[in-house]
Design a protein around this ligand. Structure first.
Ligand code: CA2
Length: 129
């Protein structure tokens, strides 16, 4: 069975409660429900997680790599800063797709640089929750 880890980084637990004009009105629980529905239709074994802690995200990425699972990650602000996440993705061997709710390229210049994009299979951004 195909396995996928869907990982969410810092502050994404606040989705739907603040800044709806930027990030939409869906909560992370609602997003998880939708993703679980799709995963079950596609017979994908899903692990869904959110953490405000870089090390916990690193742990899940390593776990995914060891299990031969893929990773879909919205690393939040760590996208732009985290060498640890980049090394985890690159070193784990987990095929990883970077996602963002907002179009980071239409926002501040500091959001245009992704530390993790070079070790990801692809990037999706700006399509909302
Ligand atoms: O657009 C995205 O998905 C981001 O990954 C969201 C990050 C931001 O740092 C990235 O540049 C782009 C921020 C997540 C913060 O989430 C909040 C949600 C609701 C209220 C406040 C913050």
């Amino acid at each position: 069975m195909t396995a996928v880890y869907v990982l969410n980084g810092p502050n994404l637990n606040l989705l739907g409660r603040r800044e709806p004009t930027v990030y939409g009105s869906a909560t992370l629980d609602e997003i998880e429900r939708r993703v679980r529905e799709r995963a079950s239709e596609a017979a994908v074994e899903l692990t869904f997680g959110q953490s405000n802690h870089e090390g916990e995200l690193v742990g899940w990425i390593q776990e995914a790599g060891l299990q031969g699972a893929g990773v879909v990650i919205n690393a939040g602000a760590y996208t732009h800063t985290s060498l640890a996440l980049r090394d985890a993705i690159g070193g784990s061997g987990a095929v990883t797709v970077e996602v963002h709710i907002s179009n980071v390229y239409a926002r501040e210049a500091f959001r245009h640089k992704s530390m993790i994009a070079p070790v990801c299979a692809g990037v999706i951004c700006g399509s909302g929750p």
